[in-house]
Design a protein around this ligand. Structure first.
Ligand code: TYM
Length: 324
């Protein structure tokens, strides 16, 4: 199967990105043809500093590799380097109903949040995402829950194109893990952990001191029982989910293990677990940061491999639309 996914280079990766997406990427790359890219064109729908943007992109590449993406197994590249993404985006724009774009939750949220910068790119964002996916005849797209609406739109656009111009695109399927698809904020567990609110995040490369501080001060409810109940006890339920996914222990087993213990004891144990489990990521990142040329070579190679697949789809699309 062909697997594809991407992340925006807008700051460090957090445990939500890891548990919701990257953990699945790493499992899938063992047996599938995988394409993972850095979505710099999506990132510029909000203002970025051009002086530091290249550094941020490279940092995301380093973090991809540090978490275990293997350039021998997967194609890894930067979206803007393969121009077919923007070309297909434009072509798909001409068959995408604008009304579908206005009802996207992410568009509504972002245009509320950034009232002074509601640019057309923010609205068109999901069409570029559809282009990313359809360009590679993708079978499955491993993502967190927040991306499901965009995925559904990609399927709508693919079907619409196929109906109008004849079979061209594979219809992609979302791949969402049962737990971990929506990791909540540490300070407000009713909201999603999000890079745009750094204080909500535990970053994958945080130092032990930081991990301890963030976990010990994570918001929990006033009842002191360690029990999974996302509606009534969202804080402790989120921490139990994180504990379970990093320890491979079931939530039921964890409830038993911590029966009669207080929140501080539970949090201390979780912090220790995370310090241990995230250590290899921190070590690998430090090592890769001093090997910029090597990382750049991986991106260049990935770009070439991606382009050759993308070009064959674009040639077909142009012909089908009467542009060639
Ligand atoms: P982005 O950069 O916001 O997020 C990257 C991935 O991390 C997942 N994620 C989470 N999962 C669980 N809990 C959370 N709190 C959490 N926060 C983020 C996201 O669901 C995503 O899988 N539009 C995309 C990037 C993109 C893309 C694509 C993805 C562009 N083109 C094509 C797949 C296929 C985005 O902004 O992801």
């Amino acid at each position: 199967m062909r697997v594809l996914s991407g992340i925006q280079p807008t700051g460090q990766l957090h445990i939500g990105n890891y548990l919701g997406a990257i953990k699945q990427w790493i499992e899938l790359q063992q047996e599938n043809e995988c394409i993972f890219f850095i979505t710099d064109l999506h990132a510029i729908t909000l203002p970025r500093d051009p002086k530091t943007f290249q550094k941020e992109i490279l940092n995301t590449a380093v973090e991809y590799l540090a978490t275990g993406l293997d350039p021998e197994k997967s194609i890894i590249f930067v979206q803007s380097q393969v121009k077919e993404h923007t070309e297909l985006c434009w072509l798909l724009n001409t068959i995408t109903p604008a009304a579908e774009l206005f009802r996207m939750t992410q568009y509504k949220d972002k245009s509320q949040q950034f009232k002074k910068n509601i640019n057309a790119g923010l609205l068109d964002y999901p069409v570029l995402q559809a282009a990313d996916i359809l360009l590679y005849q993708t079978d499955i797209v491993p993502v967190g829950k927040d991306q499901l609406q965009h995925l559904e739109l990609s399927r709508i656009i693919a079907r619409k194109f196929n109906n109008r111009f004849g079979e061209t695109f594979k219809i992609p399927k979302a791949y969402v893990s049962k737990t971990g698809a929506k990791i909540m904020s540490l300070e407000n567990p009713k909201k999603k952990m999000s890079k745009s609110i750094p204080s909500s995040c535990l970053f994958l490369f945080d130092e032990p001191k930081e991990i301890k501080k963030k976990i010990m001060s994570a918001t929990t409810d006033s009842q002191k029982i360690i029990k999974y109940d996302p509606k009534k006890k969202p804080g402790i339920s989120n921490l139990l989910t994180i504990y379970s996914l990093f320890s491979n222990k079931s939530i039921k087993d964890l409830e038993k293990k911590f029966k009669g213990k207080n929140y501080a004891e539970f949090k201390k144990s979780l912090a220790q677990l995370l310090i241990l489990k995230l250590e290899p990521f921190r070590r690998k990142k430090k090592e890769l940061l001093s090997r910029e040329v090597y990382v750049q070579e991986i991106l260049n190679k990935g770009e070439k491999r991606a382009r050759s697949i993308a070009q064959s789809t674009i040639t077909d699309v142009r012909q089908k639309m009467g542009l060639a």
